[in-house]
Design a protein around this ligand. Structure first.
Ligand code: SAH
Ligand code: SF4
Length: 351
């Protein structure tokens, strides 16, 4: 593997100030750099007009500015934009821009691939390559901001990979997303989605950050969940519920429970009853996701009427439940799908 080039994106204000001081520059140069990186992002060092040409030239020789490069963008009729980005070692990741009336959300990847092997997930099917650096996580947001001309209002860690399995980079990225000298996006506008890594949930709870934790549950009994999510054999549902209650107690924040409906597998009335029993007393909001089939024959989507019945049943038990609105369906916005396609075709011919 080629050594990781030193990228400016991903450095905190303090690190940028220290770095400039090491070059015998005043520390406020670090503040200026932070401005060009996160506030009014630019695509090249040449656009950093208040940095002297001498420093800019040295930066060009010794560093890279952006660790991600856009390979292709797919635009949906509903305005959703899906990006395939390449990294310095040619690995590929995906990020999605989702414009809505009241918000502009970017969905970022946290790893190249994923170790968790969930059966319904295109990313999981391909195995794990490596963790992303904080810079690579942040640069997904920057590449999109440069492309659409604005910094997003919301960031969700729901792209490729398991964010809590890359804890250090995740926290650093969150710090820079939230900092007044960074993207200055409110902590409540951030969501971290996990398959249920309990030590990570506990650790995140202790940080008391006020972000939204989303947990991919997808089944309400251990036997079923273990069949589709191997992690359940390590951290079972009882233990997971204890961790989630602990998270709510530590942060005072309601958690989001993600439940992807798969026809004939977890969409029956008894599944809804089991889910209601499991979640009893937990401060949560349930998000029902019609599954995006990754290949024919495996996990199909229930009919809309079935999904609504499932929702109504949970609501009768006093739970707050929404059905995820489909975004970018026409461009296969489900993470992992675009990368899969890209790797399977001759780019010159098709793109
Ligand atoms: N690894 C984390 C975050 C990335 S996946 C996690 O698992 O939570 C983001 C969300 O997409 C998770 O809820 C995941 O279960 C869901 N997901 C994965 N593949 C899907 C598919 N084919 N259809 C619908 N949702 C899917
Ligand atoms: Fe990994 Fe999440 Fe996909 Fe499971 S659903 S394989 S944890 S990215």
């Amino acid at each position: 593997m080629r050594p990781m080039p030193f990228s400016l994106v991903g450095l905190t204000l303090q690190e940028l100030q220290n770095f400039m001081q090491r070059w015998n520059e005043p520390s406020y140069r670090g503040d200026q750099l932070a401005g060009w990186l996160y506030k009014t992002p630019v695509a090249s060092f040449d656009e950093m007009t208040n940095i002297s040409i001498r420093v800019r030239e040295r930066l060009k020789q010794e560093m890279i500015l952006h660790p991600c490069k856009i390979e292709t963008i797919r635009v949906s009729q509903d305005g959703t934009r899906k990006y395939l980005l390449s990294l310095h070692d040619s690995e590929l990741i995906e990020a999605v821009f989702i414009p809505e009336e009241d918000r502009r959300t970017v969905c970022v990847s946290s790893q190249v691939g994923c170790k968790m092997g969930c059966t319904f997930c295109a990313t999981g099917a391909k195995g794990f390559y490596r963790n992303l650096t904080a810079g690579e996580i942040l640069d997904q947001i920057l590449q999109i901001a440069l492309d659409v001309g604005e910094v997003p209002s919301n960031v969700v860690f729901m792209g490729m990979g398991e964010p809590l399995a890359n804890y250090g980079a995740l926290l650093k990225a969150i710090q820079i997303i939230n900092a007044p000298w960074g993207f200055n996006i409110g902590i409540r506008q951030l969501t971290v989605s996990t398959c249920g890594l309990i030590p990570g949930i506990q650790r995140l709870g202790r940080e008391k950050l006020g972000l939204t934790l989303a947990v991919s549950l997808h089944a309400a009994d251990d036997e079923k969940r273990s069949r589709i999510m191997p992690i359940n054999r390590v951290y079972g549902l009882d233990e997971l519920m204890v961790a989630l209650r602990g998270y709510v107690a530590m942060t005072g924040r309601r958690v989001t429970v993600e439940y992807a409906l798969m026809a004939g597998f977890n969409d029956k009335m008894e599944d809804a009853a089991a889910l209601a029993r499991l979640l009893k007393g937990l401060l949560c909001h349930i998000n029902l996701i019609p599954i995006n089939p990754i290949r024919a024959g495996l996990h199909q989507r229930p009919r809309p009427a079935e999904i609504e019945k499932f929702q109504a049943m949970l609501q009768r038990d006093g739970l707050t439940v929404s059905i995820r609105k489909e975004r970018g369906e026409d461009i296969e916005a489900a993470c992992g799908q675009l990368k899969g396609e890209w790797e399977g075709v001759d780019h010159e011919a098709s793109w």
